[in-house]
Design a protein around this ligand. Structure first.
Ligand code: SF4
Length: 202
């Protein structure tokens, strides 16, 4: 297979899956607009989207027993390739049952796929980290420019609330430096008190 970019890469002790460059957001702080790669990757910009077969073939090149976690994260929103994400996670767990699977997401999977995607996601995910990014819909719209418009923020909160019911470990995060310092505490309250999940400042 020709090199199309790094679909899998090693980072901080985890194996990261970069299965798509598609994303419905255009966050002003997005690292993909600043650097071309992270960790052990050469380029996270994919020359084209990998097929399901290519993803599986590339995954099989790695010794999964070396890793504690498989993390879906990259220069795109992983749930844009929901079917491939689920199949990849299932395959990885069948090869290495002790492997934990985490999804780093913008929480817009249901809007992207036009249905409730948590029944499928919860079958394979041990952990999920949802980017909260802002203290309200208007701030989110101004910072992340979702193609779904102002309703994206509430959809993301609703997704996370339901994720808490079916995925063991749920975190919401904000990026320090991308939001006003005084907005961090309101974001923490939304995550910890309103939604009832962990909160992390990245
Ligand atoms: S959701 Fe993630 S990948 Fe998409 S623009 Fe925002 S930071 Fe970048």
């Amino acid at each position: 297979m020709e090199y199309i970019g790094d679909v899998f890469y090693e980072y901080g002790g985890g194996l990261y899956a970069n299965i798509t460059n598609k994303c419905p957001d255009r966050c002003e702080f997005c690292i993909r607009y600043m650097v071309d790669s992270l960790g052990g990757a050469d380029s996270l910009w994919l020359r084209r989207e990998p097929t399901m077969d290519e993803i599986m073939e590339l995954l099989d090149e790695w010794d999964l027993n070396r890793f504690e976690e498989l993390v879906f994260c990259g220069y795109g929103e992983p749930t844009e390739r929901l079917e491939e994400l689920i199949a990849t996670a299932k395959h990885a767990k069948s090869v290495c049952p002790s492997l934990k699977v985490r999804l780093n997401t913008n929480g817009l999977s249901d809007l992207i796929n036009g249905r409730d995607t948590l029944p499928e996601l919860s079958q394979v995910l041990d952990r999920i980290s949802v980017s909260l990014n802002a203290k309200g819909p208007e701030e989110y719209l101004a910072l992340c420019h979702p193609r779904f418009g102002i309703g994206a923020y509430d959809a993301m909160l609703d997704f996370t609330r339901r994720a808490k019911e079916c995925i063991p470990d749920v975190t919401m995060s904000v990026v320090s430096g991308s939001i006003p310092y005084q907005d961090i505490e309101p974001c923490r309250r939304i995550a910890e008190e309103d939604i009832g999940v962990k909160f992390r400042v990245r």
